[in-house]
Design a protein around this ligand. Structure first.
Ligand SMILES: CC(=O)SCCNC(=O)CCNC(=O)[C@H](O)C(C)(C)COP(=O)(O)OP(=O)(O)OC[C@H]1O[C@@H](n2cnc3c(N)ncnc32)[C@H](O)[C@@H]1OP(=O)(O)O
Ligand SMILES: O=CC(=O)O
Ligand SMILES: [Mg+2]
Length: 531
């Protein structure tokens, strides 16, 4: 890419570093497409975000209900368009950031689908974003490889690989390295647009297609916006309408009330829904932050067995199957524990139990965070779901009312839970600020969604001066004591070389937790600090 040419020809201002090998991805035609997308859809995205903000103000004071305006959609007899062959069987999907080695490992993992993630598990530094696009460009063409000389390991794709899906960043995020009319372009349009423009044709030619996961959608109007983006993009490349397929993550409390509407908005492009449980909890805590009766217990107590979580996941299954769509399960946070077979087995047992509940409840597939968990989840789904999916199974017996989706969480807030949130939050932020969007902390997968639960819970508990299980009220002084003790502990354990980074992360985390207002996303607050 010639920087000056881009600046002159397309009115885009480019402000990132450049490497010649990126030329494949940043052709001037691809950049022109980003420019066109942003011009055509950028203003409406901002409008949607504004509406989101207005709707979310005092959300908790409104009676939980399914929208009256769209009753006919909920009661209507319609189905989504069928999905292509390579999206029929999605029993196990592996996810991971758009890192070169992980892309190769995930595609070779034996999972049916790999979701390459620009979102929760990716810290959106310019390097991660652009090399992520290059990695995917080569993955689509089968040329991606990595030679790790130090470990004497070479990575290439097997002859059979997982179907590739890509998760662009959410609507709230921007890509600051591309400026269009003095404004940063939408990160959603940037990630989607570049991947789509560079790869859609090649994917179709090899019998697959441009498939996406859409994160953090809150209202069906946002799904309708994506649908327009898809229609326009297909026409731009002369692709058959409906070539793009997308699974929407149901990971906000608002979206839970609009499942039919979201599927309907995308019905020619829909590849079902997925239960993004971690962001869902984060969203629920945010929307109920002012409610006098809602206190969320320790993070560990908020499991999929909790009434409101079970109601949410079962409703996703019920609605998806009624509409002929896949209902995908979510991510258990356990990952393998090396050199400790006993605790490792306990972690695997938790994953098995989670996948068993999902398949028995009616999910058509699930997510795993690590290649070692692919066979574990496959075994459960193979045993209980002999067909490619179980969409044909209807669940009229699931009687889920609006109130069930927001049933009050039960349980206690403990000192241990509080300390864990502080420690995990600081450690995750330190990883994120150094460019790593997913990390293994306390043998669990942590990413932006899980860390957000820790942050919002602490903010909520502190601002409500919550009573701990031992009877103490959480005063600011008590919080400060826990915070400093947890930070000191981390400082003694960390390699001295990383101490400064840890302290910077701790300062940012502390600031967000003690701020008078709960910030909507840590990723938007801290994006400016990522280079
Ligand atoms: C809330 C949500 O949005 S969930 C979805 C988003 N989150 C994710 O996708 C997280 C995905 N998982 C991960 O990022 C990783 O598993 C982590 C960071 C949690 C742990 O990674 P590591 O510390 O590297 O794990 P570990 O050392 O056990 O890895 C062993 C091997 O598996 C590979 N691996 C681990 N996880 C993955 C993955 N998800 N995809 C592909 N390869 C993986 C590693 O690269 C490593 O490869 P190598 O042996 O060739 O060097
Ligand atoms: O994206 C998935 C989630 O659980 O959040
Ligand atoms: Mg998420």
């Amino acid at each position: 890419m010639n920087k000056e040419l881009v600046n002159l020809a397309y009115g885009l201002k480019f402000d990132g570093f450049w490497k010649p090998e990126l030329e494949d991805v940043f052709s001037t035609d691809a950049l022109k497409f980003i420019r066109v997308l942003d011009q055509k859809f950028g203003t409406e995205r901002k409008q949607l975000l504004l509406e989101r903000k207005l709707r979310n103000e005092n959300w908790y004071q409104q009676k939980p209900e399914f929208p009256k305006l769209t009753q006919s959609i909920r009661e209507g007899d319609w189905k989504v368009a069928p999905v292509p062959e390579d999206l029929q069987d999605r029993r196990v999907e592996i996810t991971g950031p758009v890192d070169r080695k992980m892309i190769i490992n995930a595609l070779n993992s034996g999972a049916k689908v790999f979701m390459a993630d620009f979102e929760d598990s990716n810290a959106p530094s310019w390097a991660n974003i652009v090399f992520g696009q290059l990695n995917l460009f080569q993955a689509v063409r089968g040329t991606i490889e990595l030679i790790d000389e130090e470990r004497g390991k070479e990575y290439r794709l097997n002859s059979e690989t997982a179907t590739l899906m890509v998760r662009p960043r959410g609507l709230h995020l921007e890509e600051k390295h591309f400026i269009c009319d003095d404004q940063a372009v939408s990160a959603s349009l940037f990630d989607f647009g570049l991947y789509f423009f560079n790869n859609a044709q090649a994917l179709v030619e090899k019998g697959s297609g441009p498939y996406f996961y859409l994160p953090k959608i809150e209202y069906y109007q946002e799904a309708a916006w994506w649908n327009e983006v898809f229609n326009f993009s297909e026409a731009y490349l002369n692709l058959k309408p409906g070539t793009i397929k997308a699974t929407v993550l149901i990971e906000t409390i608002n979206a839970s009330f609009q499942l039919d509407e979201i599927l309907y908005s995308l019905r020619e492009h829909s590849a079902g829904l997925n239960c993004g449980r971690w962001d869902y909890l984060f969203s629920y805590i945010k929307r109920y932050k002012e409610h006098p009766d809602y206190i969320f217990p320790d993070r560990d107590a908020l499991t999929m067995e909790t009434d409101f979580m079970r109601a949410y996941s079962r409703r996703v299954i019920q609605v998806c199957h009624k509409r002929g769509a896949h209902a995908m399960g979510g991510m258990a946070a356990q990952i393998p524990i090396k050199n400790d077979p006993f605790t490792n087995e306990a972690a695997y047992a938790k994953v098995r139990a989670d996948k068993l509940r999902e398949v028995e409840d009616g999910h058509d597939g699930t997510w795993v965070a690590h290649p070692a968990l692919v066979p574990i989840a496959l075994e459960i789904f193979n045993e209980r779901m002999p067909e490619s999916n179980q969409i044909a199974k209807q669940f009229p017996e699931y009687q889920i009312a609006a109130e069930d989706l927001v049933a009050k969480p039960q349980g206690q807030v403990t000192e241990a839970g509080l300390r864990k949130n502080i420690s995990v939050g600081i450690q995750y932020l330190a990883a994120w600020l150094s460019g790593q969007g997913a990390a293994a902390i306390n043998h669990l997968m942590e990413d932006a969604a899980t860390a957000e639960i820790s942050r919002t819970q602490l903010w909520h508990w502190l601002h409500r001066k919550v009573q701990l299980s031992d009877g103490r009220d959480l005063s600011r002084d008590l919080f400060e004591r826990f915070y400093h003790e947890e930070l000191s502990l981390l400082e003694t354990e960390i390699n001295p070389q990383w101490k400064d980074r840890l302290r910077t992360a701790a300062r940012s985390f502390h600031q967000m937790v003690t701020a008078p207002e709960l910030k909507e996303f840590l990723t938007t607050e801290l994006y400016h600090t990522l280079t």
